[in-house]
Design a protein around this ligand. Sequence first.
Ligand SMILES: O=C(O)CC1=CCC(=O)O1
Length: 246
Amino acid sequence: MAFGYAWDMSVPVILLHAFPYSPAMWKEQLWVVQGHPVLVPDILGFESLESAAAHVLVEMDNRGWEKAVFVGLSMGGYVIFRLWNLEPERFAGLVLADTRATSDTPEQKAARAQMALRIRQEGTGFLPEALLPGHLGGTTRTRNPALVEQVRQTLLAVDPDKTIASLKGLAERPDSVPLLPDIAIPALILVGEEDTLTPPADARQMAVQIPDSRMLIIPQAGHLANLENPKAFNTALLGFLWEIDH
Ligand SMILES: O=C(O)CC1=CCC(=O)O1
């Protein structure tokens, strides 16, 4: 399926990052998407994921892109579902990495409200302690101290207001499970084998319900699978983009 963009024959790719990170989270994937028109928007700081999705659509319109392959990890995946809800005709394919289609439970919503309150009261200094154990798998935490430190520093440096706004957006996101059977385009589902936040069982549920999907488990990786095992993640992404383009 090739696209006739005058300046490039490859389909555009849009990389959507996780909470509370930034486009920099995709640095290990940039070589994989070279040769494609690429957009890596900052989607932190939106009080609704629908408005984050609308922002992405405006950026596509600004570039004259009719369609794209959307790649979303965790919150990025939640935004993909809102994009599909708004304008499904803009999709050439999608990659859902370490994400889920379900909405938050009451307990998860309460935990987000509590985190927002704590950021307001104390700042972001507690975020590594609160988030790191869920974001990085056991293998990374024991064998890759450099990545642990990099993620720790990133979490310490996040913008408090944007993080609080996104916590509201995450807590209020609707259930996207009813959308899954209608996703009638090629989908790749990736999940770190050690992901405890959106575990392989969640990924399997999405794979069962999205008709043209395949699922791959990224070994020795937790929730931030693209950073923890970039080699396996990139191989899967490269293969999927090649198939979409040919
Ligand atoms: O909080 C969640 O729902 C899981 C999650 C971790 C990073 C992210 O983007 O979402």
